[in-house]
Write a protein that binds this ligand. Structure first.
Ligand code: ADP
Length: 606
């Protein structure tokens, strides 16, 4: 039998078996890339060399070649004591082995490299998302100041302009310039806001940090609301907006606001890229899916660009000469949203032939969708006495001041500029404004001044805004004060769970804020509806009385069915339920899943 020694790498006894180019048999093969047969090794090399203590007499080395590059050497050798030599046949055989071994080696190397590259890319992607999110967050607060103050300047200029002597042309020109410049600051600020919102949205979706508010609803509702939101884009343009929704479409399960965002984006793009003709928004049932199309008669998209338009920051067409305003992010956000719902989005188009953007949504619940059932532990469970006693005392002590002279507002924000901005805006509306720079100061100010409303930032040193809201809502004396969150943190669900009344994200639209402030103050507790559910009539009555005395509109229910029925018809802002009753009948979960009660504040008592 043939005794062979096989080695990969160098035949030398170097511990790490590393090849040295040109040295020894392996080194030569490595260098030349050609097989080498040596039948008298000692004569060839001038020294004896051994493998496993036995000196070798004859040897072959063949290169391991991955594509054209030598990646190793495969060798076999005879030990001394055998008189065997090597010939063509052995070289050929070894060459075949070498080819297979080289492919295996190369694949292993490529696999490792691919794994490493993937890990690096994933880390870079995570870093990018985190970076984008934090930069966008950091930009929001200053942007609120820039936009907010620019808008105040614009308002003040409206007062100043008519009062200034306009006979002086220089003065007139200066005023005109100020007005134009302020308008530019405002419109550019708004553009920047849109960009930041898009970037942040994408970063949030990609990092999986988005909250999906899944509900079931008819698709037509989404289209109608999107059409209303975009109708202004068609004013004064010879483009007709056509709506074509199949009757009796089944409901779908999804995040309504996010899907509206998709349809708005498609309709806005269609409006932007269509100068004449029509934009049609169509919805049809296709087997187990709903198909939505937004079809335009605009400039169209070249087939090569069909996939690209869904990539981030991509704008196609002649962007140098006719750059449309936009971020190139809308479609990639839309893609992520549709795919999260288990659907697909694509475009069919030819240059100059208009575009047809389509997306599908499954009719059944998409995979991965779970009904969000709130855990009862997240709801305050309060001792009934703890609510009733202080409430009674408060009612007895409070001197009703329905005539209520000037309404007061507490502005809580650690950013001084934002406080100043809100103060100026609110004082201009004749409100009395108090300020607090952090959570603790906010609680002190509430105790001291009992404001009629609070605007609350979330990220603050010490106590966060959410903690402040929770403390205020848990205390009967402050639970009725309307709270408006004004923050860069987008966690609406948490805010509403804590019972805040409105949730604004920075950059802030002060006009909308002022409108909401007015509405909330006008409502007061009288317009706040409370539903009390308990089987014990005495408890229900006691709670009803004190809440009514506080000015709330109270509805009572004496069992679960009645509770659900009244919740649906009355849509209460606050629901107070006996915790035992709630547990027995899953009342809280049932109520939370009801449409129209998403923003209600729930309290359990025992
Ligand atoms: P943008 O904010 O730039 O509109 P999108 O991601 O929504 O970002 O769109 C990306 C690009 O796709 C657009 O800049 C445009 O080049 C192209 N596009 C989108 N919709 C249409 C359309 N209806 N007609 C022609 N081109 C479109």
């Amino acid at each position: 039998m043939l005794e062979l020694k096989v080695g990969v790498g160098a035949f030398s006894q170097t511990p790490n078996l590393r090849l040295r180019s040109g040295e020894g048999l392996s080194g030569r093969v490595w260098q030349s890339g050609q097989p080498l047969v040596i039948n008298d090794y000692i004569t060839w090399s001038g020294r004896a060399i051994s493998l496993d203590d036995a000196p070798i007499t004859a040897a072959i080395g063949v290169p391991l070649k991955a594509r054209t590059q030598v990646v190793g050497v495969l060798g076999i050798a005879h030990e001394s004591g055998t008189e065997q030599t090597f010939g063509e046949a052995e070289v050929e055989l070894l060459n075949r082995f070498a080819q297979l071994a080289a492919i295996a080696l190369d694949n292993a190397r490529l696999f490792t490299a691919a794994q490493e590259a993937k890990a690096v890319a994933e880390a870079a992607d995570r870093a990018k998302s985190a970076f984008l999110a934090s930069v966008s967050h950091e930009l929001r607060t200053p942007l609120t100041s820039v936009l907010g103050f620019a808008k105040i300047i614009k308002k003040r200029m409206e007062v100043i302009t008519p009062a200034v002597n306009s006979d002086d042309r220089k003065v007139e020109r200066a005023i005109q310039q100020i007005n134009t410049n302020v308008d530019i600051i405002i419109s550019e600020g708004e553009r920047l806001t849109a960009l930041i919102n898009d970037v942040l949205d994408l970063a949030k979706i990609e990092s999986g940090k988005i909250e999906w508010n899944m509900q079931s609803f008819p698709i037509g509702e989404i289209i109608e609301r999107s059409v209303t939101a975009t109708s202004a884009l068609f004013v004064g343009k010879p483009v007709e907006l056509i709506i074509d929704i199949e009757a009796d479409l089944p409901t779908i399960v999804g995040d309504q606001d996010r899907l509206i965002q998709v349809v708005i984006n498609l309709i806005s793009n269609a409006a932007k890229f269509t100068n004449q003709g029509s934009v049609t928004c169509r919805a049809r049932r296709m087997e187990d899916k709903i198909l939505v199309n937004v079809i335009d008669t605009g400039i169209g998209i070249a087939p090569d660009d069909h996939k690209k338009v869904f990539e981030q920051f991509v704008q196609v067409g002649d962007t140098l000469t006719d750059k449309p305003r936009g971020t190139g992010l809308g479609l990639s956000i839309s893609k992520q949203i549709v795919e999260h719902h288990g659907g697909r989005i694509w475009v069919e188009s030819e240059l100059g032939q208009g575009s047809n953007f389509s997306f599908t949504l499954p009719i059944a619940a998409p995979i991965g969708f779970e009904t969000k059932v709130e855990d009862e532990a997240k709801v305050h469970v309060i001792d009934l006495k703890a609510i009733l006693e202080p409430l009674k005392m408060h009612v007895a002590a409070a001197t009703p001041d329905a005539s209520s002279s000037q309404k007061s507002i507490l502005v809580v924000d650690d950013d001084q500029n934002i406080r100043r901005l809100l103060q100026q805006e609110l004082e201009a509306e004749k409100y009395l404004v108090y300020e607090a720079a952090d959570g603790r100061e906010a609680l002190e100010q509430v105790k001291l001044h009992r404001p009629d409303l609070i605007t609350l930032d979330v990220m603050m040193p010490g106590l966060s805004g959410f903690e402040v809201a929770a403390l205020l809502r848990a205390s009967p004396e402050t639970m009725g004060i309307p709270i408006i969150i004004v923050s860069v943190t987008e966690d609406r669900e948490r805010g509403y769970r804590l019972g805040v009344d409105r949730y604004f994200t920075k950059p802030l639209d002060t006009k909308v804020l002022l409108r909401e402030v007015g509405q909330l103050l006008e409502q007061g507790p009288a317009r706040k509806r409370v539903l009390v559910v308990d089987e014990d009539a005495v408890t229900v009555e006691a709670l009803t009385n004190v809440l009514k005395a506080q000015g709330y509109h109270v509805v009572a229910a004496y069992n679960s069915e009645e509770g659900i029925e009244k919740a649906i018809t009355d849509k209460p802002n606050i629901v107070i339920v006996n915790s035992l009753l709630s547990k027995q009948n899953n009342l809280l979960q049932t109520l939370r899943a009801e449409r129209g009660l998403e923003n209600s504040f729930f309290m359990l008592f025992e």
